[in-house]
Design a protein around this ligand. Structure first.
Ligand code: SAH
Length: 328
């Protein structure tokens, strides 16, 4: 829902100020439409249905994986495809993964989104509407900006959404923004009023290899990004998550685990090892034995390191698989 349009429409209709909050409360609580908002006058509900689309996005498809993960394929008014995912865990965690751009201008070689054409930045309302569409399916309590796109290249809109997420049940400490290491964005987030978590997609402990698999490294080197993350830590005193996708024979040796340990401090950085989800790329995922050895090496050096659970792979909803093939 375009909340700017809602506000201006309510003003034009000379509605009292509390109407906005009433409508937002229903919407954030998972209402299916204006018709459910029983404390609004019927005439106003009809007027809003005409003038303020309940969502800025159109739902094209919904897929449910065998593990309960749900993926929605959505399009914007100008036909841009977006995918968004809800992950359900046995402990009650309900985590959503939202997209900040349609496509992505960065060209990480292992990522399906990086291989599709870049569309554009999403508006705050297009990002928020992904979360609201998933809120209509379930209660929510965690959010990561790990869908399509680079959130730091659209940070103002991402922050606008973060400020609203608590109304959907998602607190700031359960919200994470993931970045390739877009330095100006990391600094801007550290200076913002929004105390969310930071995740850095690191993926290779040396510049040469990192530039090969993530061309953006030529612009912001490991040392540049590390310095920005350290500044973030100094300001926020919150551990930073390091994401590390495990590519067989590329970045998964014990020697590379040691290089990674040399690069980071275990009290500042928590490492998440991500099993590689096959896309149309030249890579294979690491064997379980290599991932375990990599994690053990980090743990021996005092790091908190975990191997991420795979979710939603059978519906192409796993990390790096979001590419909206059907709508492209
Ligand atoms: N642009 C941001 C957020 C989107 S990607 C970023 O790069 O952080 C979210 C995470 O999924 C990143 O860590 C990304 O490197 C990882 N990823 C991309 N493709 C993947 C794949 N095929 N398998 C596993 N993880 C992948």
């Amino acid at each position: 829902m375009d909340l700017d349009l809602l506000r201006s429409t309510l003003d034009e209709l000379e509605q009292p100020r509390f109407r906005f909050d009433q409508i937002w409360k229903w919407t954030a609580g998972g209402a299916a439409g204006y018709h459910e908002m029983s404390n609004l006058p019927a005439a106003l509900r009809a007027e809003l249905t005409e003038r303020v689309p309940f969502s800025t996005l159109h739902q094209v498809r919904r897929a449910t994986a065998s593990d309960g993960t749900e993926k929605l394929l959505l399009t914007t008014h100008d036909g841009r495809p977006i995918e968004t995912v809800l992950m359900r865990y046995k402990d009650g965690r309900r985590s959503i993964c939202v997209s900040s751009q349609s496509g992505c201008p960065l060209t990480c070689t292992f990522c399906a989104t990086g291989q599709m054409k870049f569309g554009r930045n999403l508006t705050a309302w297009e990002i928020l509407d992904q979360a609201l569409a998933l809120r209509r399916l379930d209660v929510l309590n965690h959010c990561v900006f790990m869908g399509m796109g680079e959130p730091m290249m659209n940070l103002d809109n991402v922050l606008e959404v973060c400020r609203r997420l608590p109304d959907l049940g998602i607190t700031h400490r359960r919200t994470g923004i993931s970045t390739v290491g877009w330095v100006p964005g990391i600094d801007a987030l550290a200076d913002s009023d929004v105390p969310v978590r930071l995740a850095w997609s690191l993926h290779a402990p040396q510049d040469e290899l990192r530039s090969q698999i993530m061309p953006v490294n030529d612009r912001y080197s490991l040392a540049d990004v590390k310095a920005a993350c350290d500044r973030f830590y100094e300001k926020r005193r919150k551990m930073i998550f390091v994401e590390y996708v495990m590519l067989a024979g590329v970045n998964d040796s014990v020697a590379q685990a040691r290089q990674l340990a040399d690069l980071l401090e275990p009290w500042k950085y928590k490492v998440n090892l991500i099993p590689y989800n096959p896309t149309d790329s030249i890579y294979d995922g690491s064997a379980k034995g290599s991932m375990d050895a990599f994690r053990d090496t980090l743990e021996d050096r005092g790091f908190n390191a975990t191997i991420r659970l795979i979710r939603g792979r059978d519906i192409d909803a796993a990390c790096g698989q979001l590419a909206a093939k059907a709508a492209a």
